[in-house]
Design a binder for this molecule. Structure first.
Ligand SMILES: [Zn+2]
Ligand SMILES: [Zn+2]
Length: 463
């Protein structure tokens, strides 16, 4: 497999010549489209490039074991949309296509830079090839290179953020629905079956009821995701899942004075999911993040970058044109009543006190400095304090869980004694009835406990 060839002078050069059309910003090209461009510039069919040079990583090892051919990208069941994602297939293709073209940083054409905050979950990327006909038409009429955008692959984006018309997967000429992201004879902007032009701007109807609210929400979602892709490179490098927990802590403090129950009612989520988010045990899905953004009027990107914003639960979701989020409120140290020396002393005291589980957000408020700014200045202290606060939350959760288990066990034993006293056989069903009567709430997850208590009864051993 040749990754580079030599020119007539004997100098090595990359096998294919292609440069991404747009490698940053929300209109960035997608990697699958880059491969299509690479193929068409070299007058080689897409599947020839793919078959010769790009094995599909999933299942490849297994088939090698059997001496068979490595997993083939165009074989049925391969989700080619994952090439543009944030997981192993994307990493594999980036590496291989970079080697073939001599291009660096092709990960920018995938969701890999957002892997920490947009993990490759089911449904994040649409398996269909979708496009905005008006954007394609604009490319054509303005004489630009015609290319397909990464944002069109995100399932939650249903309307073009510029033209506010529905993305489509159906050829206007032959009616073919493009069920896959990549085809053997793909050409940017053209139907994979009849090879006719896909860019038209007439006869495009939004396929939803033109319900104003629903449409506004769809448009807003597209814009939120667009402004995430639109972040400058240095900001994207700083996106991390941990910002979410920090902002959440802050939200609970600011909006509900630290009352988590009240906050959970405000978000319409169970207190246990919020506790898991805070402890960093779980990271919410993209639709959940969007819901929280909409509810509190916070731009989506803030959860991922830790950028400051003004919390406002009454505002609801706001129109945020691409690249223009709500104004950011910087808090500088000059606002603080303490100097840096005193601030550092306070932080070190917290680190030194094993019992102190104060959250980073709370500490930042105490010293009156923006939490992100404070973190940038004292990254090591921040790490130590956040770890301690998380351990504190986990400890509280574990303690609560144990207390509940003990309570339940006691209740089960009481129920058993009552049944025995009344001469009834303490079957599992009777125990449950007894618990219900006593108003003891138990869940599906508690059944092992009930069974254990029941089995411990004389005569009900492991039979
Ligand atoms: Zn468009
Ligand atoms: Zn067609």
């Amino acid at each position: 497999m040749a990754e580079s060839v030599s020119d007539p002078g004997g100098r090595a050069r990359a096998a294919f010549c292609a440069v991404p059309i747009e490698r940053s910003g929300w209109q960035r090209q997608k990697l699958t489209d880059f491969v299509v461009h690479m193929a068409s510039r070299s007058l080689v069919p897409v599947d020839a490039i793919v078959a010769k040079m790009l094995d599909w990583p999933t299942g490849a090892n297994r088939s090698h074991d059997r001496g068979a051919r490595p997993g083939h990208p165009f074989a049925s069941g391969q989700k080619l949309a994952l090439i543009n994602g944030a997981g192993a297939p994307a990493r594999h293709w980036v590496r291989r296509v970079e080697a073939l073209t001599g291009q660096a940083r092709l990960a920018d054409l995938t969701l890999l830079p957002f892997a920490d905050v947009l993990p490759d979950r089911r449904g994040l990327l649409n398996s269909r090839r979708r496009w905005c006909p008006a954007c394609l038409q604009d490319d054509l009429t303005s004489g630009r290179d015609i290319y397909e955008r990464l944002i069109w692959s995100l399932t939650l984006v249903t309307l073009c953020p510029v033209h506010a018309i529905a993305l489509t997967d159906t050829c206007p000429t032959c009616g073919y629905r493009h069920g896959s992201e990549l085809y053997r004879r793909s050409l940017s902007g053209f139907c994979a079956r009849c090879h006719q032009w896909l860019g038209h701007c007439d006869q495009i109807a939004v396929p939803y009821e033109t319900n104003g609210d629903h449409l506004r929400r769809e448009q807003w979602t597209g814009q939120q995701l667009a402004s995430l892709l639109d972040l400058p490179k240095r900001v994207i490098e700083g996106v991390a899942a941990e910002h979410f927990a920090t902002l959440l802590d802050e939200g609970i403090q600011v909006l509900c004075d630290g009352n988590m129950k009240q906050f959970s009612r405000l978000c319409g989520r169970s207190p246990s999911s919020i506790a898991e988010w805070r402890a960093g045990k779980n990271y919410p899905s993209l639709p959940t993040l969007l819901d929280l953004s909409a509810k509190f009027g916070i731009p989506l990107r803030c959860w991922m970058t830790g950028e400051r914003f003004e919390l406002n639960p009454d505002k609801g979701y706001s129109e945020s044109p691409i690249g223009l989020g709500p104004p950011i409120k910087p808090l500088s140290c000059s606002k603080s009543h303490m100097g840096w020396v005193a601030i550092e002393h306070t932080l070190r005291e917290v680190v030194g006190d094993a019992k102190d589980k104060t959250s980073w957000a709370k500490l930042a408020r105490r010293v009156n400095v923006d939490p992100s700014q404070l973190r940038r200045r004292y990254p090591d202290l921040a790490r130590a304090i956040v770890a301690k606060a998380r351990a504190g939350v986990t400890h509280t959760m574990t303690a609560r869980h144990q207390a509940r288990q003990e309570y339940l066990l006691h209740q089960v034993q009481t129920a058993i004694h009552m049944l025995l006293a009344s001469g009834a056989e303490p079957t599992r069903r009777r125990i449950e009835d007894q618990l219900r009567k006593a108003g003891v709430a138990f869940r599906w997850a508690d059944y092992p406990l009930i069974r254990r208590a029941w089995r411990n009864l004389p005569g009900h051993g492991e039979s």
